[in-house]
Ligand binder design. Structure first.
Ligand code: BEZ
Length: 242
């Protein structure tokens, strides 16, 4: 006879999923209190976590985020950081970065986007940023791309030792905005100016015949249709208007 053990309490990590509303929270940050995602209505946001203040990979990432902040802003995208350190640690670390650290030619870097203090790990837990197999007391390098309606549109997770690829973060923002604006999808390694995928597969051409329609759509088969959108049209559509 087999006995059935009562279910153990679930310790499963619940990650916010693509297509779901970003979990709400209020928090203290280096730029004052924030109410998330409400304070960012109408903007795209990159909400990201880092393992700890005063660590080298994180330092290189913060300098890079700060150096690219204006570029993200030019695509209506704000940055919000988080670690499970306290506010005074954040302030001291950011001051040290400005006063002493240079990276890839950037020096005297002031971080002006908010950095959340999360000593209780409440926000990190809500967003599935703590991965105990990697470290149970630090957040991994999580990235959430959140759209102007407060919906999670993409997630990236990196381990502690691996600094993020910032070209990819910016590419993701541009690709998501382009997909929304033109109602298309973006293929592997897409960048503005590359052909986009037209998801209305089958509406032009038939098997094996390569057909180019009047609308510039080219179908190589019923499931693979692309069209050109010049880089300047993409940029005109997605660049924030000031
Ligand atoms: C770093 O940012 O350098 C780092 C942080 C935590 C663990 C390993 C590296």
């Amino acid at each position: 006879m087999t006995t059935t053990e009562p279910d153990a309490p679930s310790t499963a990590i619940r990650l916010p999923r693509i297509g779901e509303p970003a979990p709400e929270f209020t928090a203290v940050t280096t730029q004052g209190d924030i109410n998330f995602p409400g304070d960012y209505a109408g903007k795209w946001v990159i909400l990201f976590s880092h393992p700890a203040d005063f660590t080298p990979v994180c330092t290189s990432e913060f300098i890079t985020f700060a150096a690219m902040q204006d570029e993200f802003r030019s695509y209506n995208t704000e940055l919000v950081g988080l670690s499970v350190d306290g506010l005074y640690s954040h302030i001291a670390w950011l001051r040290t970065i400005r006063e002493k650290i240079s990276f890839t030619g950037h020096e005297d870097v002031e971080v002006t986007f908010p950095l959340i203090e999360d000593i209780t790990m409440e926000v990190a837990t809500k967003y599935g940023m703590i991965m105990p197999g990697e470290d149970s007391t630090k957040a991994v390098r999580a990235v959430f791309v959140i759209d102007p309606a407060g919906v999670v549109r993409a997630l990236l997770y990196y381990p502690l030792s691996l600094g993020r690829n910032f070209d990819e973060l910016l590419r993701m923002v541009k690709a998501l905005q382009t997909a929304d604006h033109f109602e298309v999808a973006t293929p592997a390694d897409w960048r503005p100016g590359d052909k986009v995928i037209v998801p209305t597969a089958g509406s032009c051409g038939t098997a094996k015949d390569r057909v180019t329609g009047n609308d510039g759509m080219e179908c190589q088969d019923w499931f693979f249709c692309t069209k050109e959108i010049p880089a300047h049209d993409v940029e005109a559509a997605i660049r924030a208007k000031h």
